[in-house]
Ligand binder design. Structure first.
Ligand SMILES: [Zn+2]
Ligand SMILES: [Zn+2]
Length: 405
């Protein structure tokens, strides 16, 4: 086991925790065509009969990497693969490293009699577990980002995806040029990330308030205790990203409607997992939409809609920015609260149609924002509201999986 081998294995851990196929493809590409990589012109390629340098392997890995890069930009695809990925990534890591081992150190292994105890195997086993752990950590972090920007209105999902792609590419190049620097850099970044995550969780735990009646710790925006249902003396407002605001709630019903618009329990303030309208909260058992009702919720949304449609006419006079601001605000305040109750499975054609309409409105909105912005808001608001009300009128509102649109 050489130092280079150790660094290569350790350095590829963070890369495989980010992407399943891209680091595998880059490795195969490097071994087959080292002269494509600047600075490595003199490195001889692995023999042509080696598994990893076969043409079909390269083509398959390349296609899969491309699909991975494109698919990760879509919220639906990402959600579909999210859980499987935490297992696929360590498998991919192990497979690539084993195939490397197979080519380069087969002779060495034959010479060493205690080959079975080669520390390299221990390192590989440790690496595989580490990839799984990091991939799970990444998934939790993406889940957290998604809870802030559920519909990718702020493009957080797309931006992080591009950052991840770049991190894999950059990390890979850094690894082959100056491996030790890459390992130090990525290890520092991971340590910092884990530290920040711990600090954030601590902060969330600290924000919880003790119920005066039973001592149970509740979220700061809980109206009633999740354990004993006692009305809480201090209820904090909830921000647009689901964060705790500094001010206390004065109008409880309005606060509850705000919680519902975040798809949170109107009593204990916890997130509801299902997109169903009528469900019981997993934490306190409260029946969702019993109070406030669907009707009250729609009325609350309509009020916001009238205000924002009016406002968008005024700010529409500012070229470009006026339209963009209106569209973003409408997405966050008007469409998302409905969309959170509609399962994510709009057909491809509907999506293309919506993208086309948005683009058209954007073009008109550059100069005539005062017309385009209100028109865009009215049109899309009614589409989402209609989808929501049609779900509300269904008697049982079955789980979202049965009810793909
Ligand atoms: Zn209590
Ligand atoms: Zn609850």
């Amino acid at each position: 086991m050489s130092i280079v081998q150790i660094i290569t294995i350790i350095g590829s851990i963070p890369l495989f925790s980010l992407r399943t196929f891209l680091p595998a493809f880059l490795t195969a590409l490097l071994l087959t065509y080292p002269d494509y990589f600047p600075g490595l012109e003199d490195v001889p390629p692995v023999p042509e009969d080696a598994f990893i340098s076969r043409n079909w392997v390269l083509i398959v890995l390349g296609s899969l990497s491309l699909l991975e890069i494109i698919g990760d930009k879509s919220t639906e695809v990402r959600n579909l693969l999210k859980n499987a990925e935490t297992y696929l990534k360590p498998i991919s890591f192990l497979a690539i490293n084993l195939s490397l081992l197979d080519e380069s150190s087969v002779d060495v292994l034959q010479e060493v009699q205690w080959a079975a105890f080669d520390p390299l195997w221990i390192l590989l086993a440790f690496g595989t577990l580490f990839v799984h752990w990091l991939a799970t950590l990444r998934k939790d972090f993406l889940d957290f980002l998604e809870s802030i920007d559920e519909d990718d209105n702020l493009f957080i999902g797309k931006i992080t995806s591009w950052i991840e792609d770049s991190l894999v590419l950059f990390g890979f190049l850094l690894l082959i040029w100056t491996g030790i620097l890459m390992v130090i850099l990525y290890a520092t970044a991971i340590t910092f990330f884990v530290f920040m995550r711990k600090r954030y969780n601590k902060k969330l735990e600290k924000q919880k308030l003790k119920c005066p009646a039973c001592g149970e710790k509740n979220l700061p925006f809980a109206v009633k205790c999740r354990n004993c249902k006692q009305l809480q003396p201090q209820i904090y407002s909830i921000g647009i990203f689901g964060e705790k605001k500094k001010n206390l709630v004065s109008n409880i019903q309005k606060h509850q409607l705000n919680l519902i618009s975040h798809r949170k329990c109107a009593e204990c303030g916890n997130k509801l997992n299902s997109t169903r309208l009528f469900q019981n909260c997993h934490f306190c058992g409260n029946a969702h939409f019993q109070s406030p009702t669907v009707k009250e919720f729609i009325k609350y949304q309509d009020k916001k809609f009238y205000k924002l449609a009016g406002l968008s006419f005024l700010i529409g006079f500012v070229p470009v920015i006026g339209f963009l601001t209106s569209a973003l605000m409408a997405n966050i305040y008007l469409f998302s609260p409905y969309r959170r109750y509609i399962s994510k499975g709009t057909s491809f054609l509907t999506k293309i149609f919506i993208k086309f309409i948005t683009f058209l409105f954007f073009i008109i909105g550059i100069a005539l924002g005062f017309i385009a912005a209100p028109a865009y808001i009215v049109l899309r608001y009614y589409i989402w509201k209609k989808k929501f009300t049609s779900r509300a009128s269904k008697p049982h509102n079955f789980p979202s999986s049965v009810e793909k649109v």
